[in-house]
Design a binder for this molecule. Structure first.
Ligand code: PLP
Length: 286
């Protein structure tokens, strides 16, 4: 089926949507993005994604393409036009183009490029991978120093995912100075003696929208949460581990670098948090 996508004010069949070859998103990865989940035909935590998008744009002195209300309308219209019940809405804003390639930013007033499309993912919430749990490898984190900005510079995370696949695993956690930063496209957590440990927010990691919601829900459920650095060795000794992201929610991790965690099946805290997150997010979806 041909999707209807959104490009700079127009809803078009995906085959007819076009962006300039001089666009800085294409030439320089000068672009930011958001991915919002859709469950029951509704958007999960749209507000969180809109707030983070604004922050990413501000950090890069990039113009806002439209208002938050307009963004919400575009999201909803694409979900409706493409009949999405479970899936994702991908949004990208680039610095646009003034018709040539230059390291200097285009002149003020150059229109940003705004592109959105949907991805239909039936069974997103009831994902069998979450019942099995993920196997991960660790790799060096060699990304740039502003990982808090959600840019489209995803080559290394993509290579990390391929390294994991080549090792017969599902994903990779990245390590800097011996400490886990985050997963290729998710935030990382370990659990020891009932205590949930995750890296504190800084420029070293993406400030996950799901992370924020899950930490709030964990506190509400009287779970112990500690925001501190942890090493990959500590992770291998943990009782359980998990990741969070807007597209995979709470994903249990059952193996790190070939070492099984606990009994090698998804742990009780990860499973409980997944249930709570899905339940609460569905209720608050718009
Ligand atoms: N960390 C990285 C590097 C990511 O790419 C992502 C999501 O794409 C996350 C964390 C999770 O963020 P969110 O929960 O907002 O999806």
């Amino acid at each position: 089926m041909t999707r209807t996508v959104y490009v700079n004010g127009e809803y078009l069949p995906e085959t007819e949507a076009k962006v300039s070859i001089f666009d800085r998103g294409f030439l320089m990865a000068d672009a930011v993005y958001e991915v919002t989940s859709v469950l029951d035909g509704k958007l999960i935590d749209f507000e969180g994604h809109a707030v983070r998008l604004k922050r990413s744009l501000d950090e890069l002195q990039m113009a806002e393409p439209c208002s938050k209300d307009e963004l919400l309308e575009i999201h909803r219209k694409l979900v409706e036009l493409n009949g999405i019940t479970e899936g994702l809405v991908y949004l990208q804003v680039t610095r646009g183009s003034d018709g040539d390639r230059d390291f200097v930013f285009p002149s003020a007033g150059t229109k940003p490029t705004l592109v959105l499309f949907t991805q239909n993912k039936p069974g997103l919430a009831d994902n069998p991978a979450a019942k099995k749990g993920a196997k991960i490898i660790s790799i060096e984190d060699i990304r740039w120093g502003r990982r808090d900005i959600k840019t489209v510079q995803l080559l290394y995370p993509s290579m990390g995912k391929m390294m994991a696949k080549a090792a017969g695993c599902d994903d990779a956690w990245m390590i800097e100075d011996g400490y886990v930063t985050e997963g290729t496209s998710n935030n990382a957590y370990i659990v020891k003696n009932g205590n949930i440990v995750t890296r504190p927010l800084s420029n070293d990691i993406l400030h996950g929208i799901t992370r924020k919601a899950v930490l709030r829900m964990a506190a509400e459920a009287q779970m112990e949460v500690e925001e501190r650095l942890f090493t990959i060795d500590e992770a291998k000794e943990a009782d359980e581990a998990f990741t969070t992201s807007a597209s995979a929610f709470v994903m249990p991790v059952v193996e790190i670098d070939g070492v099984a965690l606990g009994d090698g099946t998804p742990g009780p805290i990860a499973k409980r948090l997944r249930e709570i997150y899905l339940d609460e997010s569905r209720k608050a979806a718009i």
